[in-house]
Design a protein around this ligand. Structure first.
Ligand code: C2E
Ligand code: MG
Ligand code: MG
Ligand code: MG
Length: 279
């Protein structure tokens, strides 16, 4: 079918490349429809104080039930949303929705929202955050923006300015997936973070890999020296939780404490328990 395309360039594409292109086009079209129809949802995963077991807040995670396909994980569509510019409106929606939902929670709880590198660099990110706070009425100090190292790789001055602006109004900044890719301990000094999220890839190997243990120890130690809190991602076992506690990590997030769930289920979990108990 590629050969019959009226567009000259396509005829030299391999069938496989053409297939990929068509799939991307279909995905982009479906994302547009989902955005217009309001098909996206947010799931909330509890963040728990490791010492007391108290729920401190939740991370909002994008969910999409793609028609004809079913649940599609964000890792599989965020990149297309970034390439097509759709990440702007999708991210703005997520900020609005997350803040609105968090207003229904007890007011000591925080809400963390992921902001992708492309979204972060777009003009109007700061304004979108402020608008989400104003229209929901959520106190700025309850909102945490999660960024990855991808945000920090380019445009350092502008990035730094945006981070400072966000913090100047009281919004918290968390460094997501810390320790993966090119992120270095130097980032902790250079950029103003309130929280460091230790990536799941290290947490997963706690208990069976000495180097993972050493990395966790180093990240927690350095973070504390700089006055930054740490939270471990992807905690699934009591062994992992114990090792994290021994190393001074303050907070945890993971299937052991709760999978991402609907806003209603999150509120129900809050009322049914005062936290996860530890032995
Ligand atoms: P992330 O921000 O690092 O989110 C953590 C991911 O780990 C989530 O996957 C979560 O469901 C998963 N997870 C949490 N605890 C456990 C555990 O104990 N074990 C395992 N195996 N996995 C666990 P999810 O929801 O599929 O999201 C994947 C990524 O997509 C996120 O990684 C984030 O980078 C991105 N994402 C999600 N929602 C948004 C959004 O609203 N905006 C943007 N820009 N990106 C988002
Ligand atoms: Mg995150
Ligand atoms: Mg992460
Ligand atoms: Mg991630």
């Amino acid at each position: 079918q590629a050969k019959e395309s009226g567009r000259g360039g396509y005829r030299f594409f391999s069938p496989e490349m053409n297939q990929k292109l068509l799939e991307r086009r279909a995905l982009e079209a479906d994302l547009r429809v989902a955005l217009a129809r309001g098909d996206f949802r947010l799931a909330y995963q509890p963040q728990v104080n490791l010492e007391t077991g108290a729920v401190m807040g939740a991370e909002a995670l994008l969910r999409w039930d793609r028609p004809g396909v079913g649940n599609m994980p964000p890792d599989r569509f965020i990149s297309v949303a970034e390439e097509t510019g759709l990440i702007g409106p999708i991210g703005t929606w997520a900020l609005q929705e997350a803040c609105r939902e968090a207003m229904t929670w007890p007011d000591h709880l925080t809400i963390a929202v992921n902001v992708s590198p492309v979204q972060f660099r777009q003009a109007g990110l700061f304004e979108a955050v402020v608008s989400a706070l104003e229209s929901s009425g959520l106190a700025a100090g309850r909102l945490e923006v999660e960024i990855t190292e991808g945000v920090l790789l380019n445009d350092t001055d502008e990035t730094l300015a945006t981070l400072r602006r966000l913090r100047s109004v009281g919004v918290k900044i968390a460094m997501d997936d810390f320790g993966t890719g090119y992120s270095s301990l130097g980032y902790l000094q250079k950029f103003p973070f309130d929280k460091v999220k230790i990536d799941r890839s290290f947490v997963r190997h706690l208990g069976d890999d000495r180097s993972a243990e050493a990395i966790v120890r180093a990240v927690v130690g350095m973070s504390h020296a700089l006055g930054v809190h740490t939270i471990a991602e992807g905690v699934e076992t009591a062994v992992q939780a114990d090792m994290l506690r021994q190393r001074g990590c303050e907070e945890v997030q993971g299937y052991m404490y709760g999978k991402p769930m609907s806003g209603d289920d999150f509120v129900e979990m809050l009322t049914c328990s005062t936290g996860v108990s530890h032995s």
